[in-house]
Design a protein around this ligand. Sequence first.
Ligand SMILES: CC(=O)N[C@@H](CCC[C@H](N)C(=O)O)C(=O)O
Length: 380
Amino acid sequence: MLSDEKLIQIRRELHQIPEIGLEEFETQALLLKIIKSFPQDNLTIKTHDTGILVHVTGKKSDYTIAYRTDIDGLPVTEATGLPYASKHPGRMHACGHDIHMTVALGLLSSFASKQPEHNFLFIFQPAEENASGGKLLYESGALNEWLPDEIYGLHDNPQLPTGAIGCRLGTLFAGTCEIHITLHGKSGHAAYPHLANDMVVVGAELVTQLQTIVSRNVDPIEGGVVTLGHFEAGTTMNVIAGTAQIDGTIRALTQKMNLHIQKRVREIVAGLEVMYDCKADLDLHQGGYLPVENNPELTKNFIDFMTKQPNVNFIETQPAMTGEDFGFMLSKIKGTMFWLGVDSPYALHSDHLAPHEAAIGKGIAAIEPFLRYRDKQVGA
Ligand SMILES: CC(=O)N[C@@H](CCC[C@H](N)C(=O)O)C(=O)O
């Protein structure tokens, strides 16, 4: 079993080596080193790409409960000024996956030390942020040997008090879809606009039109998000830009609404091509970022357990427009995703995000008894 001091030391080590999805080589090596330091009697360790699967053989082998953590960082330059800040330039654990991994290690160390009744599978999953690592892992067949019957996973939440557990019945997170648009017009001299086809003007028009989708085409009671986080065009003030690049993301709480917004993006882009006699390459990419739909029975069971624990601060939360490829896992394996409060004034993905480390110990103290309870419940 790992002490609170050891857990914090591990978290800081992981925090210093953030890596982009599918490049988590140092992270994988450090995780393996730590996992191999646990009692090995009931553990089988398998790697897949930069991910790790750890199977804990239970006393009975008729049921498998999985616990998943993501392991990747973001292309963000850390600005926390912490003594244990990222050592990797332009990379940061700005979504708290270092906290997620440490909680998973704490839970695994407990199950490695005390054999559960049933099998457990700990999934250290790459590429949650950028490449639907959960979908890749599932579709590769790597889980088949130990296919879980149910699955749990958490995300840290800067808006909840440290160590609080947040959850809700129904959809927890939105489904997302990446938008990538390249506009192709004709570059030229600033003095001769009639001889060129200006993609700054078309791009600006496109941004404005795409921003009408949520206000004009989405039921306001349901809601949705279209954010265009990247717009790049042109080189200098007196050259007309022949190309523009616009990238963004769609978020909606149902897949139906997500597909509806995707359809409107396609229609608007096609209309703009005609209107401005230009060419647009549009790539809408949803991958595994389906809405995170918690299983009703398992989630009710989880919430009932957490609300009854005197030491757990359980908070019923609203759905969030963040995305998670755990949505794909939940479309294949019944389970529950929940929040762990880390109380920070900065949002997820902020270069200042500094989760409270006390959340690690509190999280493990809440989740470990739940998993033990679930392990007993399954056999009853
Ligand atoms: C928890 C979190 O921040 N997740 C990401 C994952 C979604 C990425 C996806 N590729 C997209 O933007 O569509 C998020 O941005 O919500």
